[in-house]
Write a protein that binds this ligand. Structure first.
Ligand code: FNR
Length: 228
């Protein structure tokens, strides 16, 4: 692809109005990971297009844009994905200590069959050639960029009334085979999407007593690791 400079200059960057700013923070603070609240109606294609545009507007190392999005709405494919999840989830349960296993088992950790749409997000490490500006000293930057795209989509979805659930309890090779993803492409996420009419006010894992939000001031240091 030819890399001619594109047109564009500096535009004014005034702060948002208070209402606009509140809307951004509202999306951030009320976004939730959704497992069970999906409504069955399909997402209109224009909504999906807006969510994908939001993802594609994400920052990326060297403007690499390494992401691709595989849209999955076929029930049979979703069923096979759920079976792959289910096998991996049995393996996962066995990894937890006895005291936690029953509680782990009681958690709902996916909405693959209930959500009308899944999006598998992948990362192509070769998208911008072998040497990428900004990735020269840490090859994982391409995956980090793809995660930025996912977060954009997740926040835009909140504004659209669309719930998103990230499912990562899979063996990569199962998803790779199911969706025909080549070996050189990294699988970053399986996202479940659908309209929701209710969301937890706090992370579901906190509500269910699995793990609580950490105090922010314990995570902020000044000038040196560990210095408050
Ligand atoms: C990389 C990654 C991977 C996963 C998740 C998130 C992220 C960022 N989360 C969702 C996660 O549990 C959730 O974000 C936290 O519990 C916080 O809750 P809220 O997202 O604020 O609702 C998640 N949830 C789940 O039920 N099954 C899963 O496999 C995963 N995997």
């Amino acid at each position: 692809m030819p890399n001619q400079p594109c047109r564009g200059g500096l535009a004014p960057a005034a702060p948002f109005s208070p209402d606009e700013r509140d809307a951004v923070y509202k999306a951030i603070e009320t976004r939730r990971d959704v497992r069970d609240q999906f409504l069955p109606q399909p997402l209109p294609i224009d909504v999906v297009a807006r969510l994908l545009r939001a993802a594609h507007a994400a920052p990326s190392v060297g403007f690499m844009q390494p992401w691709s999005f595989i849209l999955v709405s076929d029930d049979q494919v979703k069923e096979r994905a759920w079976q792959a999840f289910s096998r991996a989830n049995d393996e996962a349960a066995a990894m937890f200590p006895d005291a936690q296993r029953d509680r782990y088992r009681s958690l709902k950790l996916e909405g693959i069959r209930k959500a009308p749409l899944s999006i598998c997000v992948t990362c192509d490490p070769d998208r911008a050639g072998p040497v990428v500006l900004g990735r020269t000293h840490n090859p994982r930057m391409d995956a980090f960029s793809t995660v930025c795209a996912i977060q954009n989509l997740w926040l835009a979805a909140r504004a659209e009334g669309v719930g998103v659930g990230w499912v990562s309890i899979f063996r990569d090779e199962d998803v790779r085979e199911l969706l025909g993803i080549p070996e050189r492409i990294e699988i970053i996420a399986w996202l479940c999407l659908g309209y929701v009419d209710a969301l937890y006010e706090e992370p579901e894992l906190a509500v269910k007593g699995w793990r609580q939000r950490l105090p922010l001031d314990e995570l902020v240091f000044h000038d040196r690791w560990g210095t408050r």
